[in-house]
Design a protein around this ligand. Structure first.
Ligand code: GLU
Length: 313
């Protein structure tokens, strides 16, 4: 079968197989997320040569949530370099929940990674700019360069989370007290909350992950977004801590660097081959979209895309 037909067949099969699955429930710790239609289910795949395959609700908008951590990390790497990110944030799994305060206490804010909230908010604090508006321009600009189009913040989700994000503000202030947050904690938490509320579709996320699969050059726009030397760093953090407490399980099953968000999106990167994204709002106990996860696992197996499986080369 030609390559693109195989992609098409795998996506269609995954969508058909999991279409009726209704396990899990919408995240509700951000009140606006609970209101999303739980029946939505979309899948998109973009190859490193820019070919796109989509199925279901791939054009529906939802908030990027924690998947934004990947692109703000890209921005920080580009601005301060990989050694500074490693020294100031860290690159190890904490063994605790993504928003654990205990994890901060245990290490005095050290040995975090950019995908747990303390490390993610600290990563946002590394973004340069004289004013919050300047910093925001850089953060949003990086997301837009990855997506290849202008993006907007979902104001309802932003307001909803701003009104209920006391825990993230506490995390930021605590990190600051240990000297592990590098700008004003409340301004930084606001920027972080805004980045989580960026509105995207599965199609956008597939282009964004394909840009990582393609060494930092957007395969649709043809524009280089970040220096290729930083891509392996980002993929390493995705492999280590991309799916919350189920990151090990995910890597065991797929071998693919990935990142999920409580908005229901998951991205995964098959380096040198393609980026894939799936979206469905119902999440499991770990916070990962049930259908998105199963769909990507299925497609990875169908396309022999586990990079550790050298037999398939
Ligand atoms: N904005 C959410 C938070 O920081 C993101 C949660 C997530 O997607 O993991 O709590």
């Amino acid at each position: 079968m030609p390559k693109t037909d195989r992609f098409r067949a795998a996506i269609d099969a995954a969508h058909g197989k999991f279409r009726k699955l209704a396990e899990g429930r919408n995240a509700d710790f951000i009140p606006a997320l609970a209101k999303m239609d739980p029946g939505l289910f979309g899948i998109a795949l973009v190859t490193v040569d820019g070919k796109t395959e989509e199925k279901g609700d791939a054009g529906s908008r939802f908030t990027i949530q924690s998947i934004s951590k990947v692109f703000t990390l890209a921005c920080a790497l580009q601005e301060v370099g990989d050694e500074a990110v490693l020294a100031k944030i860290g690159a190890d799994a904490t063994g605790q929940a993504f928003n654990s305060i205990m994890a901060i206490e245990q290490t005095k804010g050290k040995e975090m990674n950019p995908f747990v909230n303390p490390g993610a908010i600290a990563t946002t604090s590394l973004i340069k700019g004289r004013t919050p508006a300047e910093k925001w321009k850089r953060i949003l600009g990086m997301h837009e360069a990855f997506a290849g189009r202008k993006l907007e913040v979902d104001q309802e989700v932003y307001r909803s989370e701003s009104a209920t994000n006391g825990r993230n503000r506490a995390i930021a202030v605590l990190m600051h007290s240990y000297g592990r947050l590098y700008a004003d904690p409340l301004v930084t938490t606001d920027l972080y909350t805004r980045q989580c509320a960026i509105s995207v579709s599965a199609s956008d996320l597939a282009v964004m992950s394909a840009t990582l699969a393609n060494g930092g050059k957007n395969p649709v726009t043809g524009k280089r977004v970040i220096d290729s030397k930083y891509v392996p760093r980002i993929l390493a953090v995705m492999a280590t801590a991309g799916l919350y407490d189920d990151s090990g399980l995910w890597l065991y099953r797929t071998g693919l660097p990935a990142k999920s968000g409580v908005g229901g999106g998951i991205i995964a990167v098959a380096p040198g081959r393609f980026g894939i994204a799936a979206f469905s709002p119902r999440v499991d106990a770990a916070g990962n979209s049930v259908r998105a996860r199963k769909a990507i696992e299925y497609i990875t197996a169908a396309l022999s895309a586990n990079p550790y499986n050298t037999k398939s080369l």
